[in-house]
Design a protein around this ligand. Structure first.
Ligand SMILES: Cc1ncc(COP(=O)(O)O)c(C=O)c1O
Length: 459
């Protein structure tokens, strides 16, 4: 694609980036000899870089965010109109888009009634941790304050969110961490931790074992991803979720589902938890809520939880005393409303189910062709292919070789992902999460690029 924009001082832009930008999750030494990638434009499922090269984006903006695709003028128009009318007022007051989006969101989440706005997935999760801690103080003399999290799950980047990181490489060197968070085992059957028939139930029982070890009267909540994302695209085994729910009820433990990745259609239902019949007490979401057209995250809960924060109006400490300055930005809910309308009007959930099934079928085909693929997993348009040296031993491929597959795809004009700085030795799962508008032809292009890349890297 050629336009004046691409020749317009692009070298200066690259140099300014090299000189001043500190990119997220990026080792910078390489920029002494290579140019940083600068993405300048997007349309539908494609993006263009500073040199005018077009890419098919199979990871929705790199971190599974741009669910409705790029260049959506209706969202841009709605945000512009809202900014001109009222850009901001603190969350102690309401706003028109905030109110309208809350109503629409709750329609998609039967059983849930309240939403607290903030700006990122990490922040949304921290709001829950604070609510759980406050409930512990209000109801249990501070005792039921522990929060469980799961090996391989991730819940954000702040020090407390990292205190719930089941991915050691994300947390390493950033301690000491916030106390009161306890890990439970992951549920990934491909890398079994128990040799049993009913794996889902066994993996959930492991949560109960931790609760009993810690003391049920000390555990207030558990945070779980419906499908583990950056920890290896882990779909839960049959029987896992009903048992988790039962355990939470038995021990009066609040269930917090982190939908930061799965929310807003990624798995083929509005939310990932709806795939498994879960009844959560908290749901958090961010990335796909406004597809990256504005920053918004939501901490959603039930009336039962909300009621606990207004039990004693005479007590000045009784209510949720959290502040989120930018939770009052109106661009977020204005964009989120249009984002949701697009998903509805274009029947994108149907497309996720249809194209997700096709993507899995094509990945299974790749697995029969390439020995290096040990396992393929996925739900809807969220899929992973785990690369192993040997299918028997399941030894993961060295990280550099997985990265080489990603680089080969990039060279072919297809952006895919791989689990990154997540678990020692296990950054070996290719990740695919194209926009919900993806077509069959797009999927063929993605899978064909991976096919060629695997042949080039592994023969
Ligand atoms: C499951 C999950 N939760 C929370 C987060 C943190 O979200 P944010 O980067 O918006 O703070 C992420 C980010 O990748 C995530 O994958």
């Amino acid at each position: 694609m050629e336009s004046g924009f691409y020749s317009n001082d692009m070298e200066k832009i690259v140099e300014a980036d090299r000189a001043h930008i500190w990119h997220h999750l990026t080792p910078h030494k390489k920029f002494e000899t290579t140019d940083p990638l600068i993405i300048v434009e997007g349309k539908g499922i494609h993006v263009w870089d500073a040199k005018g090269k077009r890419y098919l984006d199979a990871v929705s903006g790199g971190v599974w965010t741009v669910n409705v695709g790029y260049g959506r003028e209706v969202i841009a128009d709605a945000v512009r109109d809202q900014l001109v009318k009222l850009n901001y007022f603190a969350g102690s007051a309401g706003s028109i888009p905030g109110s309208l989006f809350a109503e629409k969101l709750m329609e998609k989440m039967p059983g849930m009634t309240r939403v607290y706005y903030s700006n990122s997935g990490s922040e949304a999760n921290e709001k829950v941790y604070k609510m759980v801690r406050q409930i512990a103080h209000k109801k249990y003399g501070g005792k039921k304050h522990k929060i469980l999290y799961r090996e391989r799950d991730y819940h954000g980047t702040t020090i407390t969110a990292l205190s719930t990181s089941g991915q050691p490489q994300r947390a390493a060197q950033y301690g000491p961490f916030t106390p009161g968070f306890v890990e439970v085992p992951h549920c990934m059957e491909y890398r079994k931790q128990w040799d049993v028939e009913d794996y889902g139930r066994r993996a959930a029982d492991a949560i109960e074992e931790v609760i009993l070890r810690e003391g049920p009267d000390t555990v207030g909540a558990i945070v779980l991803e419906p499908v583990t994302a950056g920890g290896g695209v882990i779909t839960p085994p049959e029987g896992y979720w009903p048992r988790v729910q039962e355990i939470c009820r038995n021990y009066d433990i609040l269930l917090h589902i982190d939908e930061v990745v799965c929310g807003l259609g990624r798995t083929g239902t509005w939310f990932g938890y709806q795939q498994y019949g879960i009844e959560p007490d908290f749901v958090t979401m961010a990335k796909g809520v406004a597809s990256g057209y504005a920053a918004i995250s939501c901490t959603v809960t039930t009336e039962r939880v909300f009621e606990m924060f207004k039990a004693d109006p005479s007590d000045p400490m009784d209510y949720f005393r959290d502040i989120s300055t930018f939770g009052g930005c109106t661009a977020g809910p204005a964009a989120a409303l249009e984002n949701m309308r697009i998903i509805e009007n274009e029947n994108l959930l149907d497309n996720v189910n249809k194209q997700g099934a096709y993507l899995m079928e094509r990945l299974e085909e790749l697995k029969s062709k390439h020995q290096v693929i040990g396992d393929v997993r996925g739900k809807g348009l969220f899929c992973g292919a785990e690369l192993v040296v040997d299918r028997e031993t399941k030894e993961p491929v060295p990280e550099a070789r997985g990265q080489a597959v990603v680089a080969e795809c990039l060279a072919q004009g297809v952006i895919i992902g791989i689990t990154n700085r997540s678990l020692d030795g296990f950054n070996n799962t290719l990740c695919l999460s194209p926009a919900l508008i993806v077509t069959k032809e797009n999927i063929d292009t993605i899978v064909d690029a991976i096919d060629a890349a695997l042949t080039r890297v592994f023969g």
